[in-house]
Design a protein around this ligand. Structure first.
Ligand code: SAM
Length: 232
């Protein structure tokens, strides 16, 4: 997958995407990264990329003409995404869909955001990380890309990993345990793993995990639980 990031802060990349799973995948060429700095395409002496909003109000707005110059110089763009709190929420389903794309270009906003005409002209798909306001789209883009890259073929060795993760089947994941089977926590309490996990009975383990997933989802995410019950 070829990824292009339009950002006023290219030095933020690859950031954490250069480490661990995503970093190894970048080294192996499973995905590639190119940054696009709109400032290089500014036409005045001061390299201006933003201006005051028409109609007044706080903050500055990223200029459509300069952003467009930058994007045109890096065609083709593939699927074009603008990170914004006004966008559709990033979900595992969207990450799975985006992981199938050969090319993505992600526009990271700063200041109050981007001139709306640029978003219209490039038919931008608007994606939000959640109902809060970050200072820039870079962090949002990195998190979205992390969710996408780990889904690319060969990034995670065991293909079954995804099938059991949270959201894959509409449920949150079941709890995990590892050695030692008996652990005394600092408050003096002996904490044992659930017996079924040491039973060696695979069908029973699967049944227990599904029941746990259902219990956790019903308790923590009534919205997901309602959807899951309908599709079941
Ligand atoms: N004025 C904007 C608003 O109220 O929706 C917020 C602008 S924010 C300070 C600057 C940039 O950060 C945005 O243009 C966007 O690219 C990015 N950003 C902030 N919060 C985000 C979120 N929840 N999801 C995705 N991107 C976000």
């Amino acid at each position: 997958m070829s990824v292009k990031i339009a950002t006023l802060f290219p030095e933020m990349f690859p950031g954490h995407l250069g480490l661990s799973l995503a970093g190894k995948a970048l080294e192996k060429g499973i995905w590639s990264l190119e940054t696009i700095n709109p400032r290089y395409y500014a036409t005045d002496l001061h390299k201006t990329v933003d201006d005051a909003p028409f109609g007044g109000g706080a903050g500055m707005v990223m200029k459509a003409d300069i952003l467009s110059n930058a994007l045109e110089a890096h065609q083709p763009l593939g699927r074009f995404i603008y990170m914004t709190p006004r966008g559709k929420p990033l979900t595992q389903a969207l990450a799975q869909e985006l992981a199938k794309e050969p090319m993505l270009t992600v526009l990271c906003g700063r200041y109050e955001g981007v001139d709306e005409r640029l978003l219209e002209a490039y038919n931008a798909e608007e994606v939000s990380l959640g109902d809060y306001v970050l200072s820039g789209g870079e962090q949002a883009a990195m998190i979205m890309l992390d969710a996408i890259i780990r889904l690319l073929p060969e990034v995670i060795g065991n293909a079954n990993t995804h099938a059991e993760e949270s959201f894959h089947n509409g449920l949150l994941e079941y709890p995990h345990y590892t050695r030692p089977a008996d652990w005394v926590s600092p408050d003096g309490q002996l904490r044992r793993i659930p017996d079924v996990l040491a039973s060696g009975h695979h069908a029973k383990v699967r049944e227990w995990r599904l029941a746990q997933s259902e219990t956790v989802t019903a308790a923590r995410r009534p919205d997901l639980w309602e959807k899951y019950k309908k599709t079941k």
